[in-house]
Structures are given as C-alpha cells and as structure tokens.
Design a protein around this ligand. Sequence first.
Ligand SMILES: NC(=O)C1=CN([C@@H]2O[C@H](COP(=O)(O)OP(=O)(O)OC[C@H]3O[C@@H](n4cnc5c(N)ncnc54)[C@H](OP(=O)(O)O)[C@@H]3O)[C@@H](O)[C@H]2O)C=CC1
Ligand SMILES: O=C(O)CCCC(=O)O
Length: 483
Amino acid sequence: MIVGQKEKGIFINGEWRDSYSGTVRAIINPATLEKLTEISYGGKEEALEAVEEAKAAFPSWSKKTARERSTFLYKAYEKMLENKEQLAQILTSEQGKPLTEARTEIESAASYLLWYAEEANRVYGEIIPSSKVNRRSLVIPQAIGVIAAITPWNFPASMVTRKLGPSLAAGCTVVLKPASQTPLTAMAIVKIFEEVGLPKGVLNLVSGDAKGVGEALTQSPDVRLITFTGSTEVGRELMKNSAQHIKKLSLELGGHAPILVMDDANLENAVDLTLASKFRNCGQTCICANRVYVHREIADSFVEKLAVKVKSMKIGNGIDEATVIGPMIDRNAVEKAAEHVEDAVHQGATIITGGKEWQGNLGGHFYEPTILVDVNDQMKVMNEETFGPVLPIETFDSIEEVIEKANQLPYGLAAYIMTESTNRVFQLSEALEYGIIGVNDVFPATAEAPFGGIKESGFGKEGGKEGIMEFVEMKYVSIGMTN
Ligand SMILES: NC(=O)C1=CN([C@@H]2O[C@H](COP(=O)(O)OP(=O)(O)OC[C@H]3O[C@@H](n4cnc5c(N)ncnc54)[C@H](OP(=O)(O)O)[C@@H]3O)[C@@H](O)[C@H]2O)C=CC1
Ligand SMILES: O=C(O)CCCC(=O)O
C-alpha cells in the first residue's frame, strides 16, 4: 500500500512539520522491501521544542475536568474503530504482520482509549482519618506533568494507545517518539486526535533519530516521566540517563516466556495455544513463548501434533488474507533467528520443521516457523530473547524441576501454564517469577488488566486501574486547624 510520496512525520503544537535539517527516512514494507513513503525525520532539536510545547499546554489540559478529557479519548476511540480497515492496512504495510492480526491490534489499541476514557473519571484521592484532633490529612491526585512515550515497532498501534490513553486521561501532556521502522501507524493515530480537536500542544510526535530524541527526553528536566516499551538494553540506558533529574520511569522490556505443559493438560488445546503464542507476529511479541517445557509423558504426542500444524502454516505477505506467517521486521531479525537455530543445532538440537530462511518470491525478510527438540539450557535460544519464529521444546519430569527451569533467567514478563488442575494453577502461578501468568490462555493483554514485568523485564503497569496511576502523583496535604 502506497501511503504517499512524502509525509511529515513531526507534529508539534498542532502543526505537521519537516525537520530542521531536512532529513527524511524511507519507510519500507518488510514483506517486499518496497518503499512505502518517506517521512521527515527529526532529532534532538525537534524533541526539545516538542517538550516546550507540551509544557506550555500542560496547565490548561491538566485543569480540564476528567470528563472533558475523557470526551476526547472517547471520540478518538470511535474514530479508530471507524477507520479500522485503513489503519490495519497501514500497520501491515509497514510492520508486516498478517492483516487479521493487524485488525485485532487496532481493536485492542482502540480499547485502551475507551478504557481510559472511563478511568479518567475514577482517579480518586482520599481523606485519611487523622491521629490529631486539629489536623486533617488529604491525598489529592495530580497529573505528573509532561511525559515522553517511546514505542517499539512490533505493536505500532497498541503500544502507542496504551501510553496515550492513560497519560492523556490523567491530565499529562505528551511527546511521543515512535519506532523509526513503523511511524506511519503512530502518525495516523495522532491525526485522529487532531481530527477530534485535541488542544494544540497536548500531544506531540517526533519521528526521528533515537539517540538525539532520547537525549533530549532524558536530559530535559521538564519531562517528568518516560514510558518505554522495547529492549532491556535501551531500557537500561534510559534508566541511567534519567538519573540526573530523578525522572519517573515505566519500562516494559524484553521477555523470554516459558510455556509449561503439564501432564494433565488438554493436549489439543495446549498445542493450539502454544502455536498461537509462538507464531503470532512471527514470534516478534515480547510476551510470546520463547521456550516450551513439556512433561516427558506427553512430549512425543505434543511435538507430533504441533509439527503437523506448524508445517501447514501459510507464509507470505501479510496483506494477503490467507497469510498466517508474515515477514520479520528486518534483516537483523532474520539473522538473529538463524543464529539461534545454528547455535542450537551445533549443540545437539534437532530441527523438526523449518530451520531456514523462507525462499518465497516476495523479496522480504522471511524465516520459516521452526520447531527444535533435544535442546538444553546452554543454548542461546533458551537464554536470549529470539524475537522470531523459533520454538525450542525441552522435556521435564517433576514440578520442582520445571519451576526452577522457568525461573532461571533474568527476565520476568510473562509465563504460561497448560493444566486442568486447580491445585497446579495456584501452585505454579505463585511460584513463577513473572509479572503476567497465563493459565490455558496466551493472550493476557487487555485494557482492563495490569500488564507489566518484573526483574529485567521492567516495572510499571499498562492497562487496568493501575495503568493510569503511573501518570499521577498522590500529593499529601496536611491541614492544621485552630479550634
Ligand atoms: N518488549 C517489547 O515489546 C520489545 C522488545 N524488543 C526487543 O529488543 C530487540 C531490539 O529491537 P529494537 O527495535 O532495536 O528495540 P529498541 O529497544 O532499540 O527500540 C524500541 C524503541 O526505543 C527507541 N530507542 C532506541 N534507542 C534509544 C535511545 N538510546 N534512546 C531513546 N529511545 C531509543 C527506538 O527508536 P528507533 O526505532 O528509532 O531505533 C524505538 O522507538 C528485539 O529484537 C527484541 O528482542 C523490541 C521491540 C519491542
Ligand atoms: O508487549 C507486547 O509485545 C505486546 C503484547 C500486546 C498484545 O498481546 O496485544
């Protein structure tokens, strides 16, 4: 889909702009390597200006009633759904995921605007029963100020609205920096907010050089919080660079999700869910399965059933309705998947299916959906985030053993349990060191629940009543009284 010859990728104080340097960046369709368009591409200077404008817009935006702010979010939600098909096409064109997944993502993205349109009205303070007769203690919630939102390429719509919904609802003003590979979806979402009349300066967008924009956002004392989704490495850097001004952070970082298939699991269901988790977005989802531990008793039939289904998955351009496995985002992503497979095979793994680049005639970045068995804990694929369609399967014998294996990495985002036993649901959910546990469910992300990791997968919650509180300071007011 050709979006345009050249688009303005910078939106500051209600105006779409070119960068000062005149720099542009080509946006490439990862399925075909065709150029979709070029966008103006900024850096530090534009980001600092965006912060200034967001700061100027903050007093009036934060003083609006919650109901007034909520109205803008609700209108944007409706417009997103009205434009679902067009947004999904843009998303698939720049990111690659199959259209059906892109449509689901747009619905999910819109749902965060709806949820926070509602939650805006429920940010309560409190009056604390005082220990002194002549004192009253109040807690009042207040928007934290200007926030920066930095989003990744794998979910170019829902990662944006997960951050815009709660921050705008709380009364914050925003500088959004989308991933350089997928800015078009973010631009389309910002245009929706423009169309519904969001006041100028409340939401600003700077497509641009990550280093320059990142420097501006971390070095400016006016940015009070950075909400980031992406790699642990960049999260660590943002944390370090935010130390100077003691900025608040909300970090949703890498993961390495295990799926634990217990011997009492519903096998058919476990196979389908494993497949859905691993191969959604071609394995490029931070909560998707990176490793499977299956009980030895059922391992052979699990692998056999899974292999049959994986072999029948249709690889192709995401824009083709029949496609189930789309392209990977870029060449580096393909090389990382290939490197993990090579390393595993070198250390004794067996490829059941896949294990190589897909040689279609589309020209893009494809890797075949791959199943590996005979894997061990020393292999890269069992330790590093693959972010690709490679599924290593290891067997286990006891519950203690699998808990230890599941918890042995520094990541703690999502883990999944396949079991029919209530006892095991509690036993495992409590023992697994992860922020999100899916029990016979591999799509836990939803607007009404708190999503977020622990350990090196980050901190802070997106979604749920907790999500909006990231953007609120609870100010304590102590009132002395004269009798
Ligand atoms: N948790 C998740 O959902 C995600 C995890 N990842 C993991 O990270 C790996 C690398 O992916 P990648 O896209 O490079 O992820 P990054 O963490 O590099 O990018 C995520 C976002 O951060 C921006 N960014 C990069 N460097 C800086 C910086 N120094 N200061 C401020 N912002 C910065 C990027 O901008 P720009 O695009 O301009 O570089 C992008 O908007 C993946 O293979 C995967 O393992 C990746 C994406 C999402
Ligand atoms: O954090 C992620 O990579 C996105 C999960 C989003 C979803 O499951 O909808």
